[in-house]
Ligand binder design. Structure first.
Ligand SMILES: [Zn+2]
Length: 161
């Protein structure tokens, strides 16, 4: 499975999704009418580098809230995952989830979830990624936003290379 690369704004570098992370997300693409949204967190060993490599994706879990048109990760499980990955020197850099649409855009619920997620970080993060996987495309359409800390209206969509 090949990786995918998205440019950060202002030539600050790029975000690279490793093949296994993509494969994990693709498995949950909502290509059938009965499939519910899935998602979780994204982890990187290089969150401060020019090349932000996304090496691991967690979720979904049975304790998440999963509907056809909604996904809210279980906060306690998310905290446990952050501790587990931190011990292996990986940092949470964003959230991923699926949408039952070809070209996904964030819902009001997604923005609220993102804000909750950011508030867990005590100001250590200045921004994070919100990634939504669509159900069409070859490979599946992947929409990646960079959300800025303390200004959740300032979301920048990253351009795929
Ligand atoms: Zn959503």
């Amino acid at each position: 499975m090949s990786s995918r690369l998205f440019y950060l704004p202002d030539n600050h570098g790029y975000v690279l999704f490793d093949g296994p992370v993509l494969a994990h997300m693709y498995e949950h693409a909502q290509t059938r009418w009965f499939q519910r949204e899935a998602g979780g967190q994204l982890f990187s060993p290089t969150p401060q580098d020019t090349a932000v490599i996304i090496s691991h994706a967690t979720g979904p879990y049975t304790s998440d809230m999963r509907r056809r048109h909604a996904f809210v990760p279980d906060a306690r499980q998310a905290t446990d995952d952050r501790h587990r990955h931190f011990l292996e020197h990986r940092h949470a850099v964003g959230l991923w989830h699926t949408h039952p649409e070809a070209n996904p855009t964030p819902s009001a619920q997604d923005r609220a979830t993102a804000q909750d997620f950011l508030s867990e970080f005590d100001g250590h993060m200045t921004g994070f990624l919100l990634v939504i996987l669509g159900n069409k495309g070859q490979p599946f359409n992947l929409a990646v936003w960079l959300a800025q800390m303390n200004n959740h209206s300032n979301w920048v969509r990253l351009r795929e290379a």
